[in-house]
Design a protein around this ligand. Structure first.
Ligand SMILES: [Zn+2]
Length: 86
């Protein structure tokens, strides 16, 4: 499935934007999250706390809130359209 993830700072409210992560689990791993933000090519990236293995706010180094939403697979929608036509 594809999970939409969004990071926002608890402390200063800074929004790092959202990314889409293909993952077999409901919750992406910290590594998948890091890779997804890197893949956006945005100049502003979450600061990675290597010890705790979690992202931190690039502005205030505060803890980030992670919002997750499961995105429906686009293949399923396409398959339904094909069967409706036939
Ligand atoms: Zn912050």
């Amino acid at each position: 499935m594809i999970v939409r993830a969004e990071l926002q700072c608890y402390f200063c409210g800074h929004d790092l934007g959202e990314v889409k992560i293909p993952t077999p689990a409901r919750q992406p791993t910290a590594e998948q999250l890091r890779a997804a933000y890197l893949a956006t090519g945005r100049s502003e990236q979450p600061v990675w706390d290597r010890e705790a293995d979690r992202p931190l706010c690039p502005r205030c180094r505060g803890q980030l809130a992670l919002a997750l939403e499961i995105v429906r697979r686009p293949e399923r929608v396409a398959a339904r359209q094909v069967s409706a036509r036939g």
